[in-house]
Every structure is written in C-alpha cells, then in structure tokens.
Ligand binder design. Structure first.
Ligand code: M6R
Length: 609
C-alpha cells in the first residue's frame, strides 16, 4: 500500500522518480506526488488520480533536479485529495516526506505539535506529523533530525526525506513497511519494491526493520536503531527489466496468466531433483521435526488463503497431519492451539501483508515453527520465518493474483509430498509418480492458454450478468472461491462461491431463470454428486458454465457450456482448473470496461489491518 521512490545522482530525478512510481502504481493509485530540490527550495507537485496526472502537473521542463522523492498513494488517513497526497512538508517547506504505512500515535503527536509548537496542519494525513517533527528537530543535521523524529513515532513506516538545507542527502527509514536501496554508479535510489529500480540497478540493499539509510550520490550508509553503522550484503536481482513490463500484452494480468507455464516450471525446477526427490533449500525441516508435528496451521489472506485451502488437502492426504486453514485477520484474534509441535505456514505473494505478518508473530510467540511460502525475496514475512519456501513466480504486478497463486499451489504440493515421503506415508515410487505428474503441468497449462479466445467468446455472452455463483466439491470448492474472488475484484460483479453440497442449505434460494452458475466438476470421485448439484440449479433455470477434465463428456448433456482442461490426476486439478476462471474474469472485466490491473479500492500489497 503506497509506493515510494527516491533518487540522488546526476540524472533527471523527475524522470527517474516518475518512471519508478509507474512501476509501483500497483501498490496504490488514488493520488501521487513528487518533491524535488530546486534553487535552494524543496518544490512539491502533487495531485489526485494516476501517475499520468502527476506527469502533467510536473511537466514544466524547469521543474527538475538531481535529487527528489516521489509517492503513489492508497489512502488510509484522509480522503484521496490533492492536499492529502504525499509528499508532505513542514510549515517552512524545508522538509518533504513520503510515507508508506501508518503512524498509530499521529493524533497525540499532532496535538503536541499544535500545542507546544503552534503548528497548523493542512492535511488530514498521519504523514504530515513526520514532516513537522523532522522540521522542529532539524538543527543542521538531517540524519539526526530523522532519528529524533522516528523516536517519537509508533506504527509502521517506510519514509523518504529530503531537506532544502542538505541538497546532497536523502534519508530513509524502515519499520514494518518494505524499503530497498538501489546501488547505482554515481547515483543511488530508494524504493518500496524492486520493479521501480529494475531499469537502473540490479544490486540492492534490503533495508531491515528499524534501520535508517542515508544516501548521497556516491555512498549508501545504513544505521541501526542505536545509530551504529551496519554492514549489509548486496542482493543481486536476477529478473530482467522485461519481467516487470507488459511485453505487448494489454494488461499485466493477461501477461501474468500467460506467464504461468514458465513460472510453474521455475518453481518446480528449483525444487525437484532428476531422481524425483524434492530439495527444499531454505527449509531445514528434518524427518524428526516433521514426525514431531501434531498439527499444521496455514494462515493467509485473499488468494493466498485459497492456496492454503488446497494446501490443507495436500498435507492431510500426502503427509497425514491434521491441518487448519485460517484467514490471517481472524487467526490472531482467537485462541489457536499453537505450541512447539505446531508447524505454522504463512502464504503471501508480497510477504508484506500486515494481517499475515501479525498472525505469524502471534504463532511464533506461542512456540510454533514458522515456515513461509512467499514470492517477494527478502520481504518481511520471509525474514521473520524460520524457513522460507520461495515461489519464484517473478514479479506479479496486477492486483489480481494469478501466477503467484498457481506457484503457491505448486509449493504446497511439493511441501506436502516432501513431508509425506519423509514421514514414510509415501514410498519413493509413489512420490516419483506424483512429482512426474507435477512436471507435466506446465505443458497442460500451455494447452489451456489456447482456450483464451474460446473463453473470451463465453465472457462476451455473459459479461452483463449482475450476479454469479461458483460451486464445486472438494478441491473444486477451494478453486471456486478463487474463481469468484478473481471475478468480483476486477469486474465488480456480485459473485459468490459456495460448496456445491451447501447450495440446498440456503444459497439455492437465489438461483432463478438465467442466473449464471460456474460449476467446477473435475473430481472423479465426487463427479456424480456434482452432477446432481448442477441438475438442481438447472432445474431452477440457471445458466451453467462447467469446467471438467477432457475425457469427461457427460456434462455436455447438463451444462450450457463446458470448458475442458487436459486430463490430470484429481489431486492436481486445482492448477489447470483455475486458469479458465482467470481468463473468464479477465475478459468479463475487459468487456465491462474495468481498470483490470488497478481495480477500485484495492492495492497489491495490503500493509494495514
Ligand atoms: O501479498 P499477499 O499474497 O499476502 O496478498 C494477499 C491478498 O491481499 C491477495 O491475494 C488479494 O486477495 C489479491 N488481490 C487477490 O487477487
């Protein structure tokens, strides 16, 4: 939520910052702003709307500099208005601040600043207090003023600061919100995420919690909370700049749907040995540890939670350990049975989701072994976990998650198979047979990608529907949840997923003539039951789009339209089955003229509770 970029060097700060902000727009996009040092002043331009609006507001060629900071916002405190947009300044306009996160004690600080220092606030934001704090503490040393301001602040923040008195210095601080520093030649950068910097640098420092980083054009110095200098290893980014670009696709979401065979292959190749064994580097679970676990909790939000639901099926089936799956925002507020025989698995694409992070901390405090399944390398969830399973999906930019989800599923399967074979629940032959099937999935997904036009035609016929139900049984039920979330978040259609067997306990009351029902029917042993559920909704006039395995032609007599996925072992159908649903959501949203990559009210990385 919110993206920040900062630059110091000899190039055009305006160009570099605005370009970086465009790459971070997925983090928030209700307003944007930039602050540049020009002729002894820090000059701010900011406005509501997208970065393209900011480009116009900052178009004046005279408005440029060698140093500056920029921000793209997802509003928390105060409506998305020009005034509330970042950067925020102190009264004299000598300090400008961009901020991602929330200052929890901002009301107290605001009161104190007004009362003791006579400060008048112009915005409704929590961020403005930071600028004033730095302003009142400034005594010729920006770094010192930032340290003193930060001492007063509670909450989560990544901030970037520039000051008109020190035009050759940029200061940034991280606590619970992501921050990286990019190492250039004769220039340096800060950003919330790697894509913002990919055009310029491949070498970065991952800034840790409670660290302050001071950048000049030639040096980056990192300090801990005690103001001691700390050394940090350089992190080499392996993605190329193109992986964070649309590469000719109309939207990032479409590109990321198409990325899936490659992404899944990468996840598998990094973990599977040629003899079928699973290599879990970054994970130090011994056979003894696995045998000792009495239960597993999988905790996540949104799409990652849906991946957790499949993880439950996989771990219970292959490793025979009871699993509970919970949404992170609920987990931490109940009394979960977590102890030192619990394996706690956090799933998160961004690794910065605050609810997931808070649940992880809660589980850790209760003695659990914490393993995370994460996409963003070096993110908070990864760093606070005992073991990390990186999904290696590459950057996912669209707010609607696609390739992160399918690689999370692959990761959960690999983990379950590894635990199962270590525990002796699976023989090496059984494990090899299952891993061989996983290896075949990228080719099957490639086949499904060829259905793009067919699914587009179905979407064209149905995009005006105002209500949709997704139904399924077993793993198909979990896939229904994901299909439904995908559709609602980008098309704004009221869509709802329900276990097919639950329909008759209430939801079927809403099914009437022409109600659209998407029915997942990929599970052999549940097929007959699913068929009955399809007949039940058909009998009430529903229009049924079914998803089934290729060899199962029986549905043609019952559904209005059937989308076929290649035949596959029932355990693994969630991966191919979700792809048509991703396409469906995408095309429906496109026909409805929605802003697919940046749906309203949402952000890619949800760093507030
Ligand atoms: O970064 P995370 O995986 O922790 O994010 C969790 C959810 O916010 C995320 O999956 C969200 O539901 C997506 N917009 C779904 O497409």
């Amino acid at each position: 939520m919110c993206g920040i970029v900062g630059y110091i060097g000899n190039g055009s700060a305006k160009e570099i910052i605005i370009d970086g902000l465009k790459k971070l727009e997925y983090r928030g996009y209700d307003s944007a702003g930039i602050a540049l040092y020009i002729d002894g002043e820090v000059q701010v331009r900011k406005c509501t709307g997208r970065i393209s609006n900011l480009e116009l507001a900052a178009a004046d060629p005279e408005y440029d500099s060698h140093i500056g900071i920029g921000h793209t916002r997802w509003a928390t405190h105060g409506a998305p208005t020009d005034v509330n947009a970042h950067p925020h300044s102190n009264t004299e306009g000598t300090v400008a601040v961009v901020h991602n996160g929330i200052i929890e004690n901002y009301a107290e600080l605001k009161q104190w600043l007004s009362k003791e220092h006579g400060i008048r606030f112009v915005s409704e934001t929590d961020t403005e207090v930071i600028a004033h704090l730095i302003g009142i503490y400034y005594d010729g040393d920006l770094t010192d003023a930032v340290f003193r301001a930060v001492d007063m602040m509670r909450g989560s923040y990544a901030i970037g600061v520039v000051c008109s008195h020190e035009p050759d210095k940029l200061v940034a601080v991280r606590k619970d919100s992501p921050l990286i520093a990019g190492i250039g030649k004769g220039c340096n950068f800060i950003a919330s995420d790697i894509p913002a910097l990919l055009k310029h640098v491949r070498e970065i420092y991952l800034i840790e919690n409670n660290e302050t980083v001071v950048l000049t054009k030639d040096h980056i110095t990192i300090y801990n909370q005690n103001r001691e200098e700390v050394k940090r290893d350089v992190f080499h980014v392996t993605w190329d700049a193109a992986s964070a670009e649309k590469e000719g696709y109309e939207h990032f979401m479409l590109k990321e749907i198409y990325d899936q065979p490659k992404a899944i292959e990468e996840t598998l190749n990094r973990r599977l040995l040629p003899d079928g064994r699973i290599r879990l580097d970054g994970i130090n679970l011994t056979r003894e540890d696995i045998e000792n676990f009495s239960r597993v909790y999988i905790v996540a939000c949104g799409t990652a939670y849906h991946a957790g639901l499949i993880g439950k099926y996989a771990i219970e089936k292959f490793a025979q350990i009871p699993v509970e799956v919970d949404v992170a925002s609920e987990f931490r507020y109940r009394e979960p049975f977590v102890d030192d025989r619990t394996l706690f698995i956090a799933i998160s694409q961004s690794g910065e989701t605050l609810d997931t992070l808070a649940a992880l901390r809660e589980a850790k405090a209760r003695g659990a072994r914490v393993l995370s399944v994460v996409n963003v390398v070096g993110s908070s969830v990864a760093r606070e976990s005992d073991d990390v399973f990186y999904t290696w999906a590459g950057p996912e930019i669209a707010v609607a998650s696609t390739k992160a989800y399918t690689t999370q599923l692959i990761s959960m399967y690999l983990l379950a198979l590894h635990m199962g074979s270590e525990k002796g629940c699976l023989t090496p032959e059984q494990r090899n047979e299952l891993t061989a099937e996983l290896m075949g999935l990228p080719a099957k997904i490639s086949q499904i990608l060829k259905l793009d036009a067919e699914i587009e035609a179905i979407a064209k016929q149905l995009y005006m529907k105002t209500q949709v139900f997704f139904i399924g049984r077993g793993t198909d039920c979990a896939v229904s949840y994901e299909g439904s979330l995908k559709l609602k978040e980008i098309s704004y259609i009221n869509s709802f997923a329900v276990a097919a067997g639950e329909l008759k306990h209430g939801t079927i009351a809403l099914v009437e003539q022409d109600t659209l029902v998407v029915a997942l029917a990929t599970q052999g042993k549940l097929f007959k039951k699913m068929l009955s559920n399809i007949q039940e909704v058909k009998a009430r006039g529903a229009y049924v789009v079914a998803v089934a395995q290729e060899s199962c032609k029986q549905l043609e007599a019952h559904a209005d339209c059937v989308i076929y996925i290649p035949d596959c072992r029932d355990e693994f159908t969630p991966i191919p089955a979700v792809v048509p649903l991703q396409f469906f959501a995408y095309h429906v949203a496109r026909f409805r003229g929605c802003d697919i990559d940046k749906p309203k009210n949402l952000a890619k990385s949800v760093t507030v509770e």
